[in-house]
Design a protein around this ligand. Structure first.
Ligand code: APR
Length: 240
Protein backbone atom coordinates (compact mmCIF):
# COMPACT_ATOMS: atom_id res chain seq x y z
CA UNK A 1 0.00 0.00 0.00
CA UNK A 2 1.43 3.41 -1.04
CA UNK A 3 2.20 5.62 1.98
CA UNK A 4 -0.05 8.63 1.32
CA UNK A 5 0.27 10.36 4.65
CA UNK A 6 0.79 14.09 4.12
CA UNK A 7 3.88 14.08 6.34
CA UNK A 8 5.71 11.94 3.75
CA UNK A 9 5.39 14.63 1.04
CA UNK A 10 6.90 18.09 0.46
CA UNK A 11 4.13 19.79 -1.48
CA UNK A 12 0.45 18.82 -1.14
CA UNK A 13 -2.70 20.07 -2.86
CA UNK A 14 -6.11 19.29 -1.39
CA UNK A 15 -8.62 19.54 -4.25
CA UNK A 16 -12.07 19.73 -2.67
CA UNK A 17 -15.70 19.56 -3.78
CA UNK A 18 -19.08 19.65 -2.09
CA UNK A 19 -18.51 16.29 -0.39
CA UNK A 20 -15.83 18.00 1.73
CA UNK A 21 -18.60 20.02 3.43
CA UNK A 22 -21.26 17.27 3.48
CA UNK A 23 -20.40 16.33 7.08
CA UNK A 24 -20.84 19.98 8.05
CA UNK A 25 -24.46 19.73 6.87
CA UNK A 26 -23.97 21.60 3.57
CA UNK A 27 -26.00 19.75 0.90
CA UNK A 28 -24.03 18.50 -2.08
CA UNK A 29 -25.14 19.45 -5.62
CA UNK A 30 -25.63 15.91 -6.98
CA UNK A 31 -26.34 12.48 -5.52
CA UNK A 32 -28.56 11.87 -2.48
CA UNK A 33 -30.05 15.14 -1.20
CA UNK A 34 -28.28 17.15 -3.89
CA UNK A 35 -29.64 20.67 -4.35
CA UNK A 36 -29.87 20.32 -8.16
CA UNK A 37 -32.58 17.75 -7.48
CA UNK A 38 -34.65 20.51 -5.84
CA UNK A 39 -33.58 23.56 -7.88
CA UNK A 40 -32.90 24.00 -11.59
CA UNK A 41 -29.54 25.79 -11.78
CA UNK A 42 -30.56 27.32 -15.12
CA UNK A 43 -33.25 29.30 -13.33
CA UNK A 44 -31.30 30.35 -10.21
CA UNK A 45 -27.54 30.07 -10.74
CA UNK A 46 -26.50 31.50 -14.10
CA UNK A 47 -26.06 34.95 -15.64
CA UNK A 48 -29.12 34.60 -17.92
CA UNK A 49 -31.39 33.84 -14.96
CA UNK A 50 -29.83 36.74 -12.99
CA UNK A 51 -30.56 39.17 -15.83
CA UNK A 52 -34.07 37.79 -16.30
CA UNK A 53 -35.15 37.34 -12.66
CA UNK A 54 -32.61 38.89 -10.25
CA UNK A 55 -35.07 38.76 -7.31
CA UNK A 56 -35.56 34.97 -7.69
CA UNK A 57 -31.81 34.43 -8.06
CA UNK A 58 -31.33 36.41 -4.83
CA UNK A 59 -34.08 34.40 -3.11
CA UNK A 60 -32.13 31.21 -3.95
CA UNK A 61 -28.77 32.68 -2.89
CA UNK A 62 -30.18 34.06 0.35
CA UNK A 63 -31.59 30.59 1.07
CA UNK A 64 -28.07 29.19 0.49
CA UNK A 65 -26.47 31.95 2.65
CA UNK A 66 -28.84 31.19 5.53
CA UNK A 67 -28.33 27.42 5.25
CA UNK A 68 -24.53 27.50 4.81
CA UNK A 69 -24.14 30.30 7.36
CA UNK A 70 -25.41 27.92 10.07
CA UNK A 71 -22.84 25.21 9.18
CA UNK A 72 -19.51 24.79 10.93
CA UNK A 73 -16.19 23.51 9.55
CA UNK A 74 -15.93 19.74 10.14
CA UNK A 75 -12.99 17.68 11.42
CA UNK A 76 -11.77 17.32 7.84
CA UNK A 77 -11.54 21.10 7.29
CA UNK A 78 -9.78 21.40 10.66
CA UNK A 79 -7.29 18.62 9.82
CA UNK A 80 -6.32 20.40 6.59
CA UNK A 81 -5.88 23.71 8.44
CA UNK A 82 -3.69 21.98 11.07
CA UNK A 83 -1.62 20.42 8.28
CA UNK A 84 -1.04 23.87 6.80
CA UNK A 85 0.10 25.20 10.19
CA UNK A 86 2.57 22.30 10.39
CA UNK A 87 3.76 22.89 6.80
CA UNK A 88 3.04 26.59 6.02
CA UNK A 89 4.62 26.54 2.55
CA UNK A 90 3.69 23.03 1.59
CA UNK A 91 -0.09 22.86 1.68
CA UNK A 92 -2.61 24.45 -0.69
CA UNK A 93 -6.38 24.05 -0.88
CA UNK A 94 -7.96 24.28 -4.32
CA UNK A 95 -11.69 24.25 -3.75
CA UNK A 96 -14.75 24.22 -5.97
CA UNK A 97 -16.78 25.08 -2.88
CA UNK A 98 -18.19 28.56 -2.27
CA UNK A 99 -19.04 28.05 1.43
CA UNK A 100 -15.85 29.51 2.94
CA UNK A 101 -15.54 26.63 5.44
CA UNK A 102 -11.85 26.00 4.70
CA UNK A 103 -11.08 29.62 5.63
CA UNK A 104 -13.29 29.45 8.73
CA UNK A 105 -11.34 26.32 9.79
CA UNK A 106 -8.12 28.38 9.58
CA UNK A 107 -6.71 27.49 6.15
CA UNK A 108 -4.90 30.51 4.63
CA UNK A 109 -3.79 29.21 1.24
CA UNK A 110 -7.21 28.63 -0.29
CA UNK A 111 -7.88 29.06 -4.02
CA UNK A 112 -11.61 29.38 -4.75
CA UNK A 113 -12.11 28.15 -8.32
CA UNK A 114 -15.85 28.89 -8.27
CA UNK A 115 -15.79 32.09 -6.20
CA UNK A 116 -17.56 32.60 -2.90
CA UNK A 117 -21.13 32.85 -1.61
CA UNK A 118 -19.90 35.70 0.65
CA UNK A 119 -18.29 37.82 -2.07
CA UNK A 120 -20.44 40.42 -3.86
CA UNK A 121 -19.91 42.66 -6.85
CA UNK A 122 -21.75 45.08 -9.12
CA UNK A 123 -21.21 44.49 -12.85
CA UNK A 124 -22.71 47.91 -13.62
CA UNK A 125 -20.17 50.03 -11.73
CA UNK A 126 -17.43 47.69 -10.47
CA UNK A 127 -18.32 47.93 -6.76
CA UNK A 128 -17.09 44.91 -4.72
CA UNK A 129 -17.51 43.77 -1.12
CA UNK A 130 -17.56 40.73 1.14
CA UNK A 131 -20.59 40.34 3.42
CA UNK A 132 -21.45 37.34 5.60
CA UNK A 133 -24.92 38.48 6.69
CA UNK A 134 -27.60 35.91 5.92
CA UNK A 135 -29.96 36.77 4.42
CA UNK A 136 -28.28 39.74 2.73
CA UNK A 137 -30.47 42.68 3.80
CA UNK A 138 -29.80 44.87 0.74
CA UNK A 139 -29.42 43.40 -2.78
CA UNK A 140 -28.91 46.72 -4.59
CA UNK A 141 -25.50 48.25 -5.15
CA UNK A 142 -24.83 51.12 -2.68
CA UNK A 143 -22.93 52.98 -5.42
CA UNK A 144 -25.28 52.84 -8.41
CA UNK A 145 -28.47 51.03 -7.34
CA UNK A 146 -28.13 48.14 -9.78
CA UNK A 147 -28.59 44.59 -8.41
CA UNK A 148 -25.57 43.21 -6.55
CA UNK A 149 -24.30 39.93 -8.04
CA UNK A 150 -23.05 37.05 -5.88
CA UNK A 151 -19.28 36.63 -6.48
CA UNK A 152 -19.81 33.08 -7.71
CA UNK A 153 -18.67 31.43 -10.96
CA UNK A 154 -22.00 30.27 -12.34
CA UNK A 155 -22.52 27.76 -15.12
CA UNK A 156 -21.34 29.37 -18.34
CA UNK A 157 -19.07 31.90 -16.58
CA UNK A 158 -15.30 31.93 -17.12
CA UNK A 159 -13.11 31.10 -14.15
CA UNK A 160 -10.87 33.88 -12.84
CA UNK A 161 -7.67 33.82 -14.94
CA UNK A 162 -5.31 34.65 -12.06
CA UNK A 163 -6.80 31.91 -9.88
CA UNK A 164 -6.56 29.35 -12.68
CA UNK A 165 -2.90 30.22 -13.39
CA UNK A 166 -1.99 29.94 -9.69
CA UNK A 167 -3.88 26.65 -9.36
CA UNK A 168 -2.27 25.17 -12.49
CA UNK A 169 1.16 26.13 -11.17
CA UNK A 170 0.43 24.45 -7.80
CA UNK A 171 -0.94 21.34 -9.49
CA UNK A 172 2.22 21.15 -11.64
CA UNK A 173 4.54 21.44 -8.63
CA UNK A 174 2.89 19.24 -6.00
CA UNK A 175 3.99 15.69 -5.18
CA UNK A 176 0.70 14.66 -3.57
CA UNK A 177 -2.79 15.58 -4.78
CA UNK A 178 -5.75 14.57 -2.64
CA UNK A 179 -9.14 14.99 -4.34
CA UNK A 180 -11.94 15.06 -1.76
CA UNK A 181 -15.69 14.95 -2.33
CA UNK A 182 -16.06 15.86 -5.97
CA UNK A 183 -18.14 14.06 -8.60
CA UNK A 184 -15.61 15.14 -11.28
CA UNK A 185 -18.31 16.08 -13.81
CA UNK A 186 -17.86 19.88 -14.00
CA UNK A 187 -15.09 21.19 -16.24
CA UNK A 188 -12.53 22.73 -16.34
CA UNK A 189 -12.17 22.02 -12.58
CA UNK A 190 -12.56 18.26 -12.99
CA UNK A 191 -9.50 17.87 -15.21
CA UNK A 192 -7.08 19.96 -13.11
CA UNK A 193 -5.78 16.88 -11.19
CA UNK A 194 -4.49 15.57 -14.54
CA UNK A 195 -1.81 18.29 -14.37
CA UNK A 196 -0.51 16.78 -11.14
CA UNK A 197 -0.73 13.29 -12.62
CA UNK A 198 1.35 14.32 -15.64
CA UNK A 199 3.92 15.78 -13.26
CA UNK A 200 4.23 12.41 -11.55
CA UNK A 201 2.49 13.29 -8.28
CA UNK A 202 0.74 10.62 -6.22
CA UNK A 203 -3.02 11.06 -6.63
CA UNK A 204 -5.55 10.06 -3.96
CA UNK A 205 -9.33 10.11 -4.46
CA UNK A 206 -11.44 10.46 -1.31
CA UNK A 207 -15.06 9.70 -2.17
CA UNK A 208 -17.45 6.99 -0.93
CA UNK A 209 -18.41 6.54 -4.60
CA UNK A 210 -16.51 6.04 -7.85
CA UNK A 211 -16.32 8.97 -10.27
CA UNK A 212 -15.70 9.21 -14.04
CA UNK A 213 -12.09 10.17 -13.27
CA UNK A 214 -11.39 7.50 -10.58
CA UNK A 215 -8.99 5.73 -12.96
CA UNK A 216 -6.44 8.59 -12.86
CA UNK A 217 -5.96 8.08 -9.11
CA UNK A 218 -3.45 5.57 -7.71
CA UNK A 219 -5.18 5.38 -4.33
CA UNK A 220 -8.93 5.37 -3.61
CA UNK A 221 -10.30 5.97 -0.11
CA UNK A 222 -13.98 4.97 -0.31
CA UNK A 223 -14.95 6.67 2.94
CA UNK A 224 -16.15 10.06 4.22
CA UNK A 225 -13.77 13.04 4.10
CA UNK A 226 -13.32 13.29 7.88
CA UNK A 227 -12.27 9.63 8.17
CA UNK A 228 -9.80 9.84 5.27
CA UNK A 229 -8.28 13.13 6.46
CA UNK A 230 -7.74 11.79 9.99
CA UNK A 231 -5.60 9.05 8.38
CA UNK A 232 -3.88 11.25 5.76
CA UNK A 233 -2.92 13.99 8.24
CA UNK A 234 -1.85 11.60 10.99
CA UNK A 235 1.43 12.54 12.68
CA UNK A 236 1.44 16.14 11.45
CA UNK A 237 1.61 18.39 14.50
CA UNK A 238 1.36 22.15 14.16
CA UNK A 239 4.38 23.81 15.88
CA UNK A 240 3.83 25.43 19.30
N1 APR B 1 -16.99 12.67 2.04
C1 APR B 1 -16.44 12.64 0.79
N2 APR B 1 -17.16 12.69 -0.35
C2 APR B 1 -18.51 12.77 -0.21
C3 APR B 1 -19.16 12.81 1.04
C4 APR B 1 -18.34 12.74 2.20
N3 APR B 1 -18.87 12.77 3.45
N4 APR B 1 -20.51 12.88 0.83
C5 APR B 1 -20.68 12.92 -0.52
N5 APR B 1 -19.48 12.84 -1.14
C6 APR B 1 -19.21 12.86 -2.59
C7 APR B 1 -20.31 12.32 -3.47
O1 APR B 1 -20.15 10.93 -3.69
C8 APR B 1 -20.08 13.13 -4.77
O2 APR B 1 -19.22 12.41 -5.65
O3 APR B 1 -19.07 14.22 -2.93
C9 APR B 1 -19.37 14.40 -4.31
C10 APR B 1 -20.21 15.66 -4.47
O4 APR B 1 -20.44 15.86 -5.84
P1 APR B 1 -21.22 17.19 -6.32
O5 APR B 1 -22.41 17.39 -5.48
O6 APR B 1 -21.37 17.07 -7.81
O7 APR B 1 -20.22 18.39 -5.96
P2 APR B 1 -18.97 18.93 -6.78
O8 APR B 1 -18.24 17.83 -7.46
O9 APR B 1 -18.22 19.80 -5.86
O10 APR B 1 -19.68 19.85 -7.90
C11 APR B 1 -18.82 20.57 -8.76
O11 APR B 1 -20.74 21.66 -9.75
O12 APR B 1 -22.79 22.60 -9.32
C12 APR B 1 -21.47 22.89 -9.65
O13 APR B 1 -20.21 24.81 -9.20
C13 APR B 1 -20.84 23.72 -8.57
O14 APR B 1 -18.65 23.52 -7.56
C14 APR B 1 -19.79 22.79 -7.98
C15 APR B 1 -19.48 21.87 -9.15
Amino acid sequence: MVDVRVRSFESVVFFTGAGMSAESGVPTYRGKGGIWKEYDHESCACQTAFEREPEYVWEFHNYRRELVGKCEPNEGHLAIARAERARPAGIDVVTQNIDGLHQRAGSQRVHELHGSLWKLRCDACGWRDEDHRAPLPEIHCPECGAYKRPGIVWFGDNLDGTTVRTVMERMASCDLLVSIGTSAVVYPAAELPLIARRRGAVLVEVNPEETPLSEIYQVHMRCPATEALAELCEGLEAPG
